[in-house]
Design a protein around this ligand. Structure first.
Ligand SMILES: [Cu+2]
Length: 481
């Protein structure tokens, strides 16, 4: 018996029987008693200014204007998504562990929400931290269909100000055109795309033999921090002598950065929402889809403290400015003095989870070679570009599973597992109790092993989070009951 006055669309009626997700033709309200307690998220269009020009992008916002969601651990994640754009969409709760039907991957966890439709979500939040949400439909993420998803827990202190920074890469070229140009290869590339085919073979070996990664194969028009460039950055007032928790979310489609704290020391306390034994530094790498929670102690003197994100391998950067007291805000050039390095695995090798998985021998191991053809822009796993006929990787409920990720390409790949947190347990043969997280970078010619417990049965995506690699086929699924 449906107690809610919800009209189910045929295709989703089946999934409704698995769990509380349903897709309604009538919007929130009516006699739906839960509707009042649901957080509404509206997918819509909005206009922003980039480099002085208007751009139409997507938006995920509550009716009161709140961007994304901030909630508390222990509360249910009770959300209704309303699709107010003129194309199908579906939102993935990146890093959360919902029942698989609510994971938001079209064609894997359920169908997309049609224009004008809604979908309901209701599941417990097992842990706190910095997460995010984004469309998993087509290339919508490139047009900023993403928002913060912050789950407060006992780590959040009343005496600390929280600052969320969403990093994004932006192009005036439509995403499908960017993708088409990437697939055409280097010869006819427009300014939006670097001639990838000319940059090196797929193994990353150039003439002369030195391995050098291929980076940044899309040339973006701008890099945004909270929708703004360094020409007109967000300026955030902070308390002199106060504590600030920076929640940095890399929602970029294709771009990784070095977070540059300038003269401030930052205390890295969590990655991808999960606590680590703190590491103090002024520079932290962040790959696509990853998050960094960094605590700052603001000096007592008045002053401006830029928090910058420098594109890997380049001088281009973005960021925000923290201002304490009456500190003057000076313009920060959009180009750093020198190009940064490519992201490496040094920090990953030093990170230690403060709440590691219980040590245990793996019951099942899958080796996943990250493969590709740079010239044709086909990206794959074990040389199979994903399609609906690819069988899921088999695992069994209750197992400790290890995935051996071997990057056989010349590009770095940030690999994301849905529905489970995992622990990094090995890099290039060296075992260690590394960070618990949901997205790990595997740089060219390196081998990274992750471990997780098969405790959330269903069909789950595992993929490279570079948007065009994902769309080109570096994607697979795991399945168990
Ligand atoms: Cu990739």
């Amino acid at each position: 018996m449906l107690s809610r006055r919800t009209v189910l669309i045929g295709v989703l009626a089946a999934s409704a029987s698995f769990g509380p997700i349903s897709q309604a033709q009538n919007p929130a309200g009516g006699s739906d008693g839960n509707a009042a307690r649901r957080t509404i998220l509206q997918l819509q269009r909005r206009s922003i200014q980039v480099n002085g020009k208007p751009a139409s992008v997507f938006d995920i916002r509550q009716p009161d204007g709140t961007f994304g969601i901030t909630t508390d651990v222990g509360k249910p994640f009770r959300v209704r998504v309303e699709n107010k754009i003129d194309e199908p969409s579906l939102i993935h709760w990146h890093g959360l562990t919902p029942p698989w039907q609510q994971d938001g991957v079209p064609g894997v966890s359920g169908p997309a929400i049609p224009p004008g439709g809604t979908a309901d979500y209701d599941f417990p939040l097992r842990f706190g931290g910095t997460f995010w949400m984004h469309s998993h439909q087509g290339l919508q993420e490139q047009l900023l269909m993403a928002a913060p998803l912050i789950i407060l827990d006992q780590r959040d202190r009343p005496d600390q100000q929280e600052v969320v920074v969403m990093l994004a890469d932006f192009s005036f070229t439509p995403p499908d055109q960017i993708f088409a140009e990437l697939k055409k290869g280097g010869g006819t590339a427009t300014p939006a795309v670097t001639p990838v085919a000319a940059k090196g073979s797929m193994t990353g070996m150039k003439a002369g033999g030195a391995a050098k990664p291929d980076l940044n194969d899309v040339k973006y028009d701008a890099f945004l921090a909270n929708d703004r460039t360094l020409a007109d950055p967000e300026v955030i007032k902070v308390e002199p002598g106060g504590r600030v928790l920076m929640r940095i979310i890399n929602s970029s489609a294709m771009s990784a950065y070095h977070i540059d704290l300038g003269a401030l020391n930052g205390e890295l306390i969590a990655v991808d929402g999960f606590p680590v034994i703190p590491i103090i530094a002024r520079n932290f790498p962040i790959a696509v889809a990853q998050r960094l929670d960094i605590r700052l102690r603001i000096p007592r003197a008045s002053g401006a403290h830029p928090v910058l994100a420098v594109l890997e391998g380049e001088r281009r950067r973005t960021g925000i400015i923290l201002v304490a007291g009456n500190g003057p805000v000076t313009r920060i050039p959009e180009l750093a003095q020198a190009p940064s390095t490519a992201l490496a695995l040094d920090l990953e090798g030093r990170l230690r989870a403060s709440q590691p998985l219980t040590p245990r021998k793996a019951d099942r191991v899958h080796t996943l070679n990250l493969t590709g053809d740079m010239a044709k822009y086909i990206w794959s796993i074990n040389n199979v570009a994903w399609n609906k006929d690819v069988p899921p990787l088999r695992i069994t409920k209750g197992e400790r599973v290890e995935l051996i990720l071997v990057n056989q390409t010349g590009m770095p790949h940030p690999m994301h597992l849905h529905g489970h947190e995992f622990q990094v347990v090995e890099i290039d043969g060296k075992r260690f109790p590394g960070a618990v997280r949901d997205t790990v970078l595997v740089t060219p010619n390196r081998r990274v092993v992750i471990a997780f417990d098969a405790n959330n049965p269903g069909t789950w995506a595992f993929h490279c989070h570079l948007l065009y690699h994902l769309d080109a086929g570096m994607f697979t699924t795991l399945q168990y009951v």
